[in-house]
Design a protein around this ligand. Structure first.
Ligand code: ATP
Length: 817
């Protein structure tokens, strides 16, 4: 389409059919032009006269057209929408053979007419002709407009009936939906009814199987009688037991006294003997000057008689050395058996010179060892003041010798942590451990470290607060290479709190000691704990993987599943609080995966640790069977007859539930604990649903309003967020706080300042009691007495008694009246 055509169309489009009709019908202004066109047509002044004739004729025609236009407009009375439709149709529809839209054609005729009028010539007849042609063209519009109007009317009517139909359908749909809902409800009801009927039938059948009521009542009354008699028997047995206990302790006391008397007597006789011997040998020893001393072999009947009288020698059994106090001052000593095959050394003992001599004497006298000697060097360079040397062709003969056994009864000199670790643990770690006060090993460290450092898998089973963490950390430091950036040790813990604590100890021991000049790459420790910062860990692991990872099982598995890191370089895997992890249905699946799928026993050393491993023999068997550990796994069970630290003093208060809070307050006021933990059971689901506040809240609120001593009251429970929990623990570590906590603080958390534990609710199991109680008495070499007080209702007494039997402790009832 050309520009001019588009312009024309634009002009025409500004012309609606109605406006055209209106324009045509408009009266001409007085004395002005008789026709108005889309563009205002200005007649030149000199042409007015010439046109006057034409004007008169046109005026008449114009009026005619105008009247006609008004009639049409009135007849059709189109609205603006119709106007648009008609305009569109008139502009676009082509009805003529020349293919022009009607309006364009009409406009052309109108334009031709106007131009003719505009001509400066006597062309009235042309104007007349063109005017008629224009009117004729206009007449052709009448029929299409009527048709359109009819179509529009029909459409409108159709639309209305359609709307009506739609409304009807809509209401029918709504009705049907309501019917469907009704039917559904009926179906559900009938299903429930059927289920109830089936249940009723099953119950009826079950009831039919039961014996008659009278028979059951008889059985119940028989059982009640039996229980009553058992209870009576139990009471009688308890009384007898109490009596026996008292008798036994009296007996022990008497025996102790007797033993003391005997020892005093022996001491003075031994002193006498020593003086006599000294006198006999003084010259000989002086000559020897540190060289091996020959023990008299011939004619020693007098000596034997003396030793025998002193009770130091039993015939055919060798020397009976019972305590280091039996003779003279104690010296560090050792027995050395030298043979062709090898040299065997005994442990280090604390014995006196006289005892060593007696060992030699015994060996030569009773075991026919020709070459037995004792050396007593003046200055001991090797740390031993005396060594019994036995030269023999077959040392195995001496293994079961009573003198070894006898020396074993003497007080053994405990090795230091450094001696235990030897050169397996890096020097900077040992130095740092000593710097923070870990120089003497605890029992569990003494027993477990040789096994761990020899590379054996191990189950460390020892009392709470006994130092298991340091034992496995020392193994880790011995096994990893701090120059290699790879996860070489993994410690899995059950809670975030324990994870944070283990990581803290690991970082503390890994740090560079003060005054340590040597260049040393310190190994890094990462914690992956629940609710932790996955993104930060990802980039850390990507940039430079840490050597040690401390993780809770769920977070760890998340990372392993997403392959954020792998355990292909793992050398040590530690599972702390292992019994808890295996007992938790949420954790056990992931734990098994870590033990068997993500890493294998052949590539790593596996360590399990806990203060409570119920059915430990079964557990050891499972470890081997399920391939969680190698088959030579060692079970280091320290102090199995005393599962709890002996310096805990157990007490209990019997009271009703309502009395608990005031009694707790009175106890706190009496005990005045520097630092204490009040353990409260977690809120049950039933209580939560009933909308009751948790017990922790009640205790906290009560203490905050009633306990006015100089101690802050803090809270630790699962519902708190990670940061709030960490903040509570940090504050409690500083001391001077009373912590109200659920069992979340019961496992592994190390708060050495804690002196008092209060079980506001009786723990659910004996194991829970053990771990709660174990939050106190956590200074390995301290004698400080700590107390555990449990609040029980009268009905709970038998449960506490069961705990006492299971955990082998005794608790004392206290009364505040
Ligand atoms: N050799 C040591 N010398 C001095 N203190 C030690 C030694 N070993 C550990 N400790 C301290 O003993 C306390 C208890 O140690 P740890 O937390 O390892 O006990 P645990 O056996 O793991 O107890 P739990 O079973 O309750 O977790 C800690 O405060 C620790 O610093």
């Amino acid at each position: 389409m050309s520009k001019t055509e588009r312009a024309k169309r634009g002009q025409l489009s500004a012309f609606s059919s109605s406006s055209l009709v209106a324009q045509i019908s408009a009266r001409p202004p007085e004395g002005g032009a008789s026709f108005s066109s889309p563009r205002s047509i200005a007649f030149p002044k000199d042409a007015v006269a010439r046109l006057s004739r034409l004007q008169i004729g046109m005026l008449a025609k114009g009026r005619k057209v105008g009247v006609r236009g008004e009639e049409m407009a009135a007849h059709y009375a189109f609205g603006p929408e119709d106007d648009i439709i008609i305009k569109h149709r008139l502009l676009t529809r082509t009805t003529t053979t020349r293919g022009e839209p009607p309006l364009k054609k009409l406009q052309k005729k109108f334009t031709a007419f106007v131009l003719e009028v505009d001509k400066d010539a006597d062309n009235f007849s042309d104007c007349e002709r063109l005017y008629k042609a224009f009117l004729q063209e206009m007449a052709t519009f009448e029929l299409p407009l009527l048709k359109s109007k009819a179509v529009v009317d029909a459409n409108l009517r159709e639309k209305e009936s359609f709307n009506e139909l739609q409304q009807q359908i809509q209401s029918q749909i709504l009705q049907s939906q309501a019917d469907i809902e009704d039917l559904k409800r009926q179906l559900e009801d009938s299903k429930i009814e059927r289920l109830h009927k089936e249940e009723c039938e099953a119950i009826r059948r079950l009831i039919a199987l039961q014996p008659p009521r009278s028979e059951t009542q008889k059985i119940i009354s028989d059982l009640e009688a039996e229980i009553a008699s058992l209870e009576a028997e139990n009471v009688a047995t308890s009384r007898t037991l109490e009596l026996r206990k008292k008798q036994f302790s009296l007996l022990l006391h008497v025996v102790d006294e007797l033993q003391n008397n005997i020892e005093d007597e022996q001491k003075s006789l031994a002193e006498e003997l020593r003086l006599a011997l000294d006198e006999q040998k003084i010259n000989f020893l002086e000559e020897a000057n540190g060289a091996p001393v020959a023990v008299p072999m011939a004619d020693d009947s007098e000596q034997i008689a003396k030793y025998f009288n002193l009770g130091l020698i039993r015939p055919n059994a060798g020397p009976n050395i019972r305590t280091p106090a039996t003779a003279g001052a104690a010296l560090p000593a050792r027995i050395r058996v030298k043979s062709k095959q090898s040299t065997v050394r005994s442990r280090k003992f604390s014995v006196s010179a006289l005892q060593l001599e007696m060992v030699c004497f015994s060996l030569t006298r009773y075991h026919s060892i020709a070459r037995a000697s004792v050396s007593l060097p003046e200055n001991s360079s090797n740390g031993y003041a005396g060594v019994v040397s036995i030269a023999t062709s077959n040392w195995k003969r001496f293994r079961g010798l009573s003198c070894f056994a006898a020396l074993a009864n003497t007080q053994e000199i405990a090795p230091t942590l450094r001696e235990l670790c030897g050169n397996r643990v890096p020097e900077h770690v040992l130095k740092r451990a000593e710097e923070v006060g870990f120089s003497k090993p605890t029992d569990v460290q003494r027993q477990a470290l040789p096994i761990l450092l020899a590379g054996q898998d191990c189950i460390i089973h020892a009392q709470t607060g006994s130092g298991k963490t340091l034992a496995y950390l020392l193994l880790i430091f011995s096994a990893i290479d701090s120059r290699k950036s790879a996860v070489q040790a993994l410690i899995v813990v059950p809670t975030r709190e324990l994870g944070m604590q283990v990581a803290k100890v690991a970082r503390m021991v890994a740090a560079k000691p003060v005054e340590y000049d040597q260049e040393q790459k310190i190994c890094t420790v990462m914690t992956i704990l629940d609710g932790g910062m996955l993104k930060r860990h990802k980039s850390w692991l990507k940039a430079e993987p840490p050597q040690i990872v401390v993780a809770t099982i769920s977070s760890l598995c998340q990372m392993l599943e997403r392959q954020i890191f792998k355990l292909d370089k793992l050398r040590v895997l530690v599972i702390d609080e292992v019994d808890f992890m295996f007992n938790s249905s949420k954790q056990v699946y992931s734990l098994r995966k870590v033990l068997t799928s993500y890493s294998t026993i052949s590539n790593r050393q596996t360590v399990f640790a806990s203060a409570s491993i119920p059915q430990h023999n079964r557990f050891v068997h499972d470890c081997i069977q399920q391939k969680w550990t190698k088959s030579d796994v060692a079970h280091v069970h320290v102090n199995p007859v005393e599962p709890m630290p002996s310096r805990l003093f157990h007490k209990f208060v019997v009271c009703s539930r309502r009395e608990k809070l005031p009694i707790l307050l009175s106890l706190l006021q009496i005990d005045q604990p520097k630092s204490g933990i009040i353990f409260v059971n977690e809120q049950s689901e039933k209580s939560k649903k009933a909308g009751n506040p948790p017990m922790t809240t009640s205790v906290i609120e009560f203490l905050k309003t009633s306990y006015h001593e100089n101690a802050e009251i803090l809270l630790l429970e699962e519902e708190m967020n990670f940061n709030a929990r960490a903040a509570s623990l940090t504050e409690v570590r500083q001391g001077g706080c009373i912590l109200v906590a659920t069992d979340i603080a019961g496992r592994g958390v190390d708060l050495p300042e804690t002196t008092h534990i209060y079980n506001f609710n009786l723990p659910k199991t004996a194991i829970n009691y053990l771990h709660r109680a174990g939050r106190t008495g956590r200074r390995p070499f301290s004698d400080e007495k700590c107390s555990v007080t449990t609040f029980i209702t009268p009905e709970e007494r038998f449960v506490l008694r069961r705990f006492e039997n299971e955990l082998m402790f005794q608790s004392e009832e206290i009364s505040l009246n």
